[in-house]
Write a protein that binds this ligand. Structure first.
Ligand code: FEO
Length: 401
């Protein structure tokens, strides 16, 4: 665990978790993480910025006590309430009963249900609001969907420090939490890209708005809640530039329409090939690629699906359902960007063929636009079935114009 002064009266109180390999159940994290929180000591008040994961509560509180040197904090600024930052708030409130939580309106709703208390003293702030700490001022900058609706940045103009919580962060852990002390720079760069892809890729327009707001501040330090603190003279400008590149959508001159399938005995695979043939008749300029779900990395396929213009899913039926590998792909669909995305379904079955209706129901609940015609074939496709597969591809392709 780390406590260090960033600038006079601004301290970091970080918990290190170098062994974390999965975050939030689903996110790969090869390099561990840190939960960074901060203390700003003003002449008329002390503010904590964000907190830590509940698992590390004792470590966090010990470090915080050392940073406070016997003083009592007045405020806890919650830039974002996801439990990796709010898991210790209930304990903080017990230890410091006069603490006022400074938080966005959305964050206040979440926090109430995270700590299960109705009596938390809260100061709800909106964009541009300020908190006077005497010789220091905190200004709050609304930054919704980076990456929750509650998110905000906190700006400390007297020190040129902006606290960005997850934004510009990385699940990355080295003992020294400053960018100029990073030892394994390639690993850090990999962690930054992975973090962007997993956390911010669904929110690209909001990323660009967040960058605009940061540009107006011209900060010397960006204090993130995971990974190293970023400084103007080292990584800060480079990472902002990367975010800008990654969040800027290049207009594509062609449609991307992938077909994802799995196939126990080659029957659904045959259908996929013929669906693709028909699809290309209707969309000759489209990028149409068939992906066997068991032969490719799921994360890569999920990224392809999430950046598609439309897509197909083909599944056999086993145990009256689609196969787990198909459900895994669907579980990786980005619920923010999927609404109204066209999708069509096909598959071979042996006994009953429930896979397609189950998939249609789930995709509809995600608000994807499920093509009315589905192709369900019993065992080996006949020439008529293969013709129907081509017709399905062509009809779906024609519906996309
Ligand atoms: Fe690091 Fe969205 O929490």
């Amino acid at each position: 665990m780390v406590t260090e002064q960033i600038r006079s009266s601004v301290l970091i109180t970080s918990v290190l978790n170098p062994n974390m390999r999965v975050f939030d159940v689903v996110m790969r994290t090869e390099y561990g993480t840190s939960y960074n929180s901060y203390v700003v000591v003003g002449s008329r008040g002390i503010a904590l910025i964000d907190a830590a994961h509940a698992t590390f509560c004792e470590d966090y509180l010990n470090k915080l006590e050392r940073a406070l040197e016997g003083r009592t904090p007045d405020y806890l600024v919650m830039n974002h309430t996801e439990p990796d930052h709010s898991g210790t708030v209930a304990t903080l409130l017990e230890r410091y009963p006069n603490l006022t939580v400074v938080i966005s309106k959305a964050g206040a709703i979440y926090l109430k249900n995270i700590v299960n208390r109705d009596d938390v003293r809260m100061m709800i702030v909106t964009d541009g609001d300020k908190l006077d700490l005497g010789d220091q001022t905190l200004r709050f900058i609304s930054a919704p969907f980076l990456h929750w609706p509650d998110t905000m940045f906190t700006w400390l103009p007297e020190k040129g420090v902006v606290f960005t919580c997850d934004f510009l962060g990385a699940h990355y852990c080295e003992p020294q939490l400053f960018d100029h002390r990073i030892i394994y720079r390639d690993a850090y760069s990999d962690a930054v890209k992975n973090y962007f892809d997993c956390i911010f890729a669904p929110f690209k327009p909001f990323v660009l708005k967040g960058l605009e707001k940061l540009a107006a501040l011209d900060a010397d330090y960006a204090c993130t809640s995971h990974g190293p603190i970023l400084t103007r003279t080292c990584e800060l400008e480079r990472i902002k530039a990367h975010y800008h590149t990654w969040a800027t959508e290049e207009p594509r001159a062609y449609k991307r329409i992938p077909l994802f399938y799995c196939s126990a005995y080659g029957n659904t695979e045959q259908l996929a090939t013929h669906v693709a043939r028909g699809l290309l008749r209707a969309q000759p300029a489209a990028e149409v690629t068939c992906y066997d779900l068991v032969k490719h990395d799921l994360a890569r396929l999920a990224a392809i699906l999430n950046e598609s213009d439309a897509f197909f899913i083909g599944s056999p039926t086993i145990n009256r359902d689609a196969l787990p590998v198909v459900w895994n792909l669907i579980a990786s669909i980005d619920a923010v960007t999927i609404p109204r995305r066209p999708v069509a379904l096909f598959g071979s079955y042996g006994w009953s063929g429930e896979a397609l209706p189950h998939l249609a129901e789930r995709l509809s609940s995600l608000k994807a636009k499920v093509f009315e015609t589905q192709l369900k074939v019993c065992f080996t496709p006949t020439p008529a079935d293969l013709k129907a597969a081509e017709e399905l591809g062509e009809a779906f392709g024609s519906s996309l114009d």
